[in-house]
Every structure is written in structure tokens, then in C-alpha cells.
Design a protein around this ligand. Structure first.
Ligand SMILES: NC(=O)c1ccc[n+]([C@@H]2O[C@H](COP(=O)([O-])OP(=O)(O)OC[C@H]3O[C@@H](n4cnc5c(N)ncnc54)[C@H](OP(=O)(O)O)[C@@H]3O)[C@@H](O)[C@H]2O)c1
Length: 271
């Protein structure tokens, strides 16, 4: 059939939820919003101490939490992480691919290794983790995937070229899977945040204010989790971000690229 309606999950109750990038920013906010005593939270990121502190805090609220400290920027890491999760006796019904980072600046100023690490985290391991989690999700028939892209996904962005293109991959990959799994018990949602108050900008050295005020990680997390529960295909957080993304998407490429070149110029300070 050409189009099959997608049945949303409707609830996180009694679900096993795997969340990447759980140690800060949007991921951390999502973890605290997913604090349901009937669900199991599997939290992963590199910062072991931060994950343990979150586990301690969430367990006080009666949530079952397991932590899996992992660096997902190396090839094969998603498979190893999934194997550890399986060996610990868990099978995620919900996968939130949130971990990611960006590198702003002239393309020649980032090393090939930094770029490879970013693309492995933002793209390769996102696909691989999704693939590893899929068989159980198909068996469960009431599953969901939330992939975190960016408003940068909607147009090419000079001086943020590889990062923005990695997020275009996430957006198009997610939207394609949404239709591929429609009617098969898995919804796939893509969340695109605009500028959000997290550690992202320090690591990326990118300007915080682009269009209007920054959003809080808590607001963006809520928008993403609601979109996932409602089985939405793609959701941009915030009206201003929605308008700027669609303008960038529908404008002629040479126009949207010129705007991006101005906004993300390395001469512009990050703060
Ligand atoms: N903030 C924004 O303005 C903005 C805008 C658009 C899209 N986004 C996207 O939103 C997502 C979340 O970012 P955020 O804003 O919440 O930034 P953040 O506070 O820097 O959080 C990034 C998360 O990813 C994890 N991470 C980073 N490198 C990793 C690695 N090599 N292996 C495993 N985990 C790693 C970090 O944990 P550890 O450091 O402990 O590993 C952290 O938990 C990212 O995909 C980002 O691209 C953010």
C-alpha cells in the first residue's frame, strides 16, 4: 500500500528506554522527564560519574535506571554497546538517539580525525544502534525511535558544513524509516532543535543566538518526547526555528547558503 497510518505508542509506561547523550543538555532533561517507575531507563554517554549521579537521583524517585558509559564516536561502538545491553538482560522498546556534537569553523581548521569522530557519532553509530535495536522493536510491535537532528538539517551551512550535513542525514534517514515502518508497530520521529542552552555551543564554538532567544533544554526535551508519543514524523522546536528552517529549506540554495555563511562566519564570536 502507498500510505499506511502509523499507530503512536501513546505511553512510555512499562517501556525499556535507551537514551544516548543522557549526561547533559537535552538528553539529561529527557531522562528526568521520563521518570516513570514502571519504565526502565538505560542511560549512556561518556561521563560515568554524571550518569551515576543521575541514576542515584532518579532511583530516589522510584525509577529503574541502568548506566552504560560508552564513547560512541568510534566505529563499531554501537554494536558493542548493544551487546552489553543485551548481556545485562535488556531489550529497548524505545530508542532515543540524542548524542551528538558539532564543529564550527573553516573546514580546513578541523582535523580529519575530529570530523570522522563527529560523523561516526552523529551518523554511523546512530544508524547502527537503530539497526541493532530493530529486531526486538518489531517483535514488540509497540515501539518508537526519536532521532535528534537540528534546524541546521534544513539547508547547507558554510562553516558548519559537516555538522549540518550530518543532521540532514539524520532528518532524511528518520523520515524515510517513518514510512518504511508505518503499520509495523514502530514510529520514527525526528526532533530538530534550534539554538538551545546546553554545553553544545562551547564544544562547537558556535554562536548561541541566531534567530531569537535560545530555548531551554527542558522545553526542547518536552517537545521531542511529546512528538514521539504522538507518532509525529518530524518536529522543529519553537515557532521562530520552524519559520527559519522552512525559509532555509524552500529558498534557492544560493540564498540559504549565503545566509548561513554570514550567520556562522568564523569571524563571529561564539558568545
Ligand atoms: N544545543 C543546541 O543548540 C542544539 C541545536 C540543534 C541540535 N542539537 C543536538 O542536540 C543533541 C544533544 O545536544 P545538547 O545540545 O544537549 O548538547 P550537550 O549538552 O553537549 O549534550 C551532548 C550529549 O552527547 C554526549 N556525547 C558527546 N560526545 C559523545 C561521544 N563521543 N560518545 C557518547 N556520547 C557523547 C554527551 O555526553 P558525554 O560528554 O558525557 O559523552 C552529552 O550527554 C545533539 O545531537 C546536538 O547535535 C543541539
Amino acid at each position: 500500500m502507498f500510505y499506511l497510518p502509523n499507530t503512536p505508542m501513546k505511553t512510555f509506561k512499562h517501556k525499556t528506554i535507551l537514551l544516548t547523550g543522557a549526561s547533559s543538555g537535552i538528553g539529561e532533561a529527557m531522562a528526568f522527564q521520563l521518570n516513570d517507575p514502571t519504565s526502565t531507563l538505560l542511560l549512556t554517554a561518556r561521563s560515568t560519574e554524571k550518569l551515576n549521579a543521575m541514576k542515584h537521583q532518579l532511583e530516589k524517585e522510584g525509577v529503574h535506571v541502568e548506566t552504560f558509559p560508552f564513547d560512541l564516536s568510534t566505529p563499531g561502538a554501537a554494536g558493542e554497546l548493544h551487546q552489553q545491553i543485551e548481556e545485562a538482560g535488556f531489550a529497548p522498546d524505545v530508542l532515543i538517539n540524542n548524542a551528538g556534537f558539532g564543529i564550527r569553523g573553516r573546514f580546513e581548521d578541523a582535523s580529519a580525525e575530529e570530523l570522522e569522530n563527529m560523523l561516526t557519532l552523529n551518523v554511523t553509530n546512530l544508524v547502527s544502534l537503530t539497526r541493532h535495536c530493530l529486531p526486538h522493536m518489531l517483535d514488540s510491535g509497540d515501539a518508537g525511535i526519536l532521532n535528534v537532528a537540528s534546524t541546521g538539517a534544513y539547508q547547507p551551512v558554510p562553516f558548519f558544513a559537516s555538522y549540518a550535513a550530518s543532521k540532514t542525514f539524520v532528518l532524511f534517514f528518520s523520515e524515510a524509516l517513518y514510512d518504511e515502518y508505518a503499520g509495523r508497530g514502530i514510529t520514527v520521529t525526528c526532533l530538530s532543535p534550534g539554538s538551545t542552552r546546553t554545553n553544545f555551543h562551547d564544544r562547537a564554538d558556535s554562536p548561541r543566538k541566531i534567530f531569537g532567544p535560545q530555548e531551554s533544554a527542558e522545553k526542547v526535551a518536552r517537545v521531542g518526547l511529546e512528538a514521539l508519543l504522538n507518532g509525529k514524523r518530524a518536529r522543529i522546536s519553537g515557532i521562530q526555528n520552524m519559520i527559519s528552517s522552512y525559509l532555509g529549506y524552500f529558498a534557492p540554495r544560493m540564498v540559504s547558503t549565503a545566509v548561513g555563511k554570514y550567520l556562522f562566519s568564523p569571524e563571529k564570536p561564539a558568545h
